[in-house]
Design a protein around this ligand. Structure first.
Ligand SMILES: Nc1nc2c(c(=O)[nH]1)N[C@H]1C(S)=C(S)[C@@H](COP(=O)(O)O)O[C@H]1N2
Ligand SMILES: [Mo]
Length: 319
């Protein structure tokens, strides 16, 4: 399918549609989805509207657009060009097939080596007064990237509240496993549930964001509602969506893409222009909305913040 990308300059966060247009867009979205025309959304008149409830109290972070020297990727591209295999393997499947997913009420089971295991509701985990906006570049292993204003709280804040014990060396995450609600799980394209994991120090790094929104609004279903991870120095697939379980483990946990193709996807999955995917180069990437490819930066440009985590490790072996 030929995909027409929006220009990055098409939308600024200041142009988000006011709540009055919310219902109108909802109606339009429905019609567009029925027509299977996910990518056509927003192309009428060139204006782009967001339709999710606003999130309160967003304090802007220092990792802003200017610091990254990048334009934001349009809301339209961020929400219509997705990888979320639970709702289909095509990039424009999730916006269509996740449309009726009900992300709330939501609960996350916390278990393993910590002093406060249990089942936490979304509201237990996410204090709206702690939400902050982080503009991060997001790099897919397929050699494209987007710049997104995410909203969330540092994962470290949540982990600290669970009091992990000294045996907790890794944090494992699981996505909801429910084929009735996630129709893509009726196909065995991956082994469900989708799984990911981080080393404890990666999970505790202040860049790692437990994310509940983008563009100042609640996450659309296709972006992993209601809670997902964003780990900006790693390939996109580490940023697991619709999380229902967080486990503190001693052993390095299995991860979905590593289980599926261990030669192609390692546990670390750090963005590294020098380590090619076996089937394609990682030296360059396409910024969604731009035509020419640009060089990929080591650790996706976050070297200063996270290179110390990998001191002394061979990143060609630990890819
Ligand atoms: N549960 C789940 N999480 C997932 C995926 C998935 O298929 N299922 N895809 C991953 C991949 S490959 C990418 S690139 C990002 C895409 O996030 P986005 O759609 O918000 O851009 O989600 C990641 N998280
Ligand atoms: Mo990806």
């Amino acid at each position: 399918m030929l995909i027409k990308m929006a220009k990055a300059s098409d939308v600024k966060s200041s142009e988000i549609t006011p709540k009055s247009l919310f219902d109108q867009r909802r109606k339009f979205l429905k019609t567009a989805a029925v027509a299977g025309a996910g990518l056509a959304i927003g192309s009428i008149g060139g204006s782009v509207e967001a339709g999710q409830p606003k999130l309160p109290n967003i304090a802007k972070s220092k990792w802003n657009q200017k610091a990254l020297g990048q334009e934001l990727t349009s809301y339209r591209s961020v929400t219509s060009y997705n990888n979320f295999y639970e709702f289909g393997t095509g990039k424009n499947d999730p916006i269509v097939y996740a449309k009726d997913f009900q992300p709330k009420p939501w609960a996350v089971k916390v278990d393993g080596h910590c002093e406060k295991p249990g089942t936490y509701s979304y509201e237990d985990l996410i204090n709206p007064h702690q939400l902050e906006e982080r503009v991060y570049r997001f790099r897919c292993v397929e050699a494209w990237s987007m710049v997104v204003p995410w909203v969330g709280i540092p994962l470290a804040d949540v982990i600290k509240r669970m009091n992990p014990t000294g045996d907790a060396k890794y944090v494992a995450f699981e996505t909801l496993n429910d084929p009735d609600r996630m129709p893509g799980q009726n196909r065995r394209v991956l082994r469900w549930p989708y799984r990911e994991g981080l080393r404890m120090d990666e999970a505790m790094n202040p860049l790692t964001l437990l994310t509940v929104g983008l563009y100042g609004e609640e996450l659309p279903n296709q972006n992993g509602a209601p809670i997902r991870l964003v780990v900006p120095w790693k390939y996109g697939f580490k940023s697991i969506k619709s999380i229902v379980r967080i486990s503190f483990t001693t052993q390095q946990p299995p991860t979905s893409w590593n289980m599926s193709a261990p030669r192609e996807y390692g546990f670390y999955s750090n963005v590294n222009p020098e380590v090619n995917h076996p089937r394609w180069s990682q030296a360059k990437e396409r910024h969604i909305g731009e035509f020419l490819k640009k060089p990929t930066r080591m650790l996706n440009g976050y070297e200063e913040e996270v290179a110390h985590l990998y001191q002394g490790m061979d990143l060609k072996k630990n890819f």
